[in-house]
Write a protein that binds this ligand. Structure first.
Ligand code: URA
Ligand code: SF4
Length: 371
């Protein structure tokens, strides 16, 4: 029996290289293990498949595969290495995987479990899964029944990890992430920093030279200017959460590529879900495009839009204002309006029930005239 060390535990997406270790855990755990080629199929060919592993000190110690179709997540397999059982690892990997599935649009989750595996059933119960049926003699090895369980409101899951823990886990995953080529040139990844319950998140582009050296966001000249702009709006830098759309430095500070933005987006989505800010301030084009696709920063800067139950304010990037003197008064004026916008956002949120994100409503220009 080996113990879990939360400070080196990483839960991350499964890659093809993980397959031998994953297959070994599967073989140690089940009397009907999948052949290795099934894992290979899941990782390379099945578009609805999402694989996860838990890794500690370079060793894969748990795995999970789920299938995501429309708004349903189906747990295909989940197992912990025998040496690491009964330490809550299955719950951790389940919560991370379901949390991301939720961010990808899943609203419900399903699974089958052996009728005799009461410990697993108890764990699923704890997270709100209910028994919905039974498949007689489902398991071929001993003709055991499968219990079918479903979680109808995926939104309710995740209660066991608080925002601090979730953010710390994401930072650890980012530090060893190899999902895009930017990992090759990074010195330190820059997951972002700030209070786990910040009301405001500032989202920039990506680490530059100094950020890559220090592993912290906005610590160079643009960062000093951002700190100043926040102060001018009556806010301390420490009160807001600050991060980027990509967590590793693009070589020579080039623009992040679409595939890098896509690869890294999962981390940002999970950070936003954990922090649950009222307001997101986008700094520059790349984070703006996430919320206002097709918008021109020169047209929308300084404006606030409601997106679901949050507000998004697009700002010029502080670095752009440092490079282009004419932008400096503009960005200063936009930030000076922040206190007023915050007040508007707060009272709008107080006076309305949570609004479901509605793509059409977001694009409706009438939304802008609310302010
Ligand atoms: N510019 C950014 O977009 N992000 C940083 O973290 C620093 C500079
Ligand atoms: Fe991973 Fe993001 Fe770094 Fe790419 S930029 S390696 S996706 S953390």
């Amino acid at each position: 029996m080996n113990s879990l060390d939360p400070s080196t535990l990483v839960i991350r997406r499964m890659t093809v290289e993980d397959i031998p270790a994953v297959h070994e855990i599967d073989t140690l755990s089940f009397s009907l293990p999948w052949p290795e080629r099934s894992f290979r199929f899941e990782m390379t060919e099945n578009p609805v498949s999402r694989g996860w592993v838990a890794e500690q000190a370079g060793q894969i110690i748990a795995m999970l595969i789920l299938w995501l179709a429309a708004d349903e997540a189906h747990i295909a397999t989940i197992a912990t290495h025998p040496n690491y059982r009964r330490q809550g690892l299955g719950e951790k990997i389940l919560l991370v995987a379901l949390g991301v599935a939720r961010q990808e649009g899943a609203r419900r989750a399903f699974l089958e479990v052996r009728a005799g595996n009461l410990a697993a059933q108890a764990m699923y119960h704890k997270y709100g899964f209910a028994v919905t049926g039974r498949r007689p003699r489902y398991y071929r090895d001993n003709a055991e029944d499968a219990i079918l369980m479903a979680l109808d409101e995926l939104d309710r899951i995740g209660g066991s990890m608080n925002a601090e823990e979730t953010l710390a886990m994401i930072a650890k995953e980012v530090s060893v992430c190899e999902k895009c080529v930017l990992h090759r040139s990074r010195k330190l990844s820059v997951p972002g920093e700030g209070p786990a319950h910040a009301e405001i998140m500032c989202i920039g582009e990506g680490p530059g030279f100094h950020e890559n050296e220090q592993g912290r966001p906005f610590v160079g000249a643009a960062g000093n200017f951002l700190t100043e702009l926040l102060a001018q709006a009556g806010m301390k830098r420490e009160e807001v959460w600050i991060g980027n759309v990509v967590k590793c430095r693009p070589p020579g500070n080039r623009d992040p590529l679409p595939e890098e933005l896509t690869a890294c987006n999962e981390y940002l989505e999970r950070q936003i879900a954990a922090i649950d800010p009222k307001i997101i301030i986008t700094l520059g084009r790349f984070s703006m495009s996430k919320y206002m696709p097709g918008a021109k920063i020169s047209a929308v800067h300084g404006q606030m839009r409601r997106i679901g139950d949050r507000f998004v304010i697009a700002m010029f990037h502080p670095a752009a204002a440092l490079h282009q003197a004419s932008l400096k008064p503009v960005i200063m004026k936009d930030f000076a309006q922040l206190p007023g916008l915050l007040e508007q956002a707060n009272s709008a949120l107080k006076h309305s029930a949570p609004v479901l994100a509605d793509e059409k409503a977001q694009d409706d220009p009438k939304q802008l005239s609310m302010f």
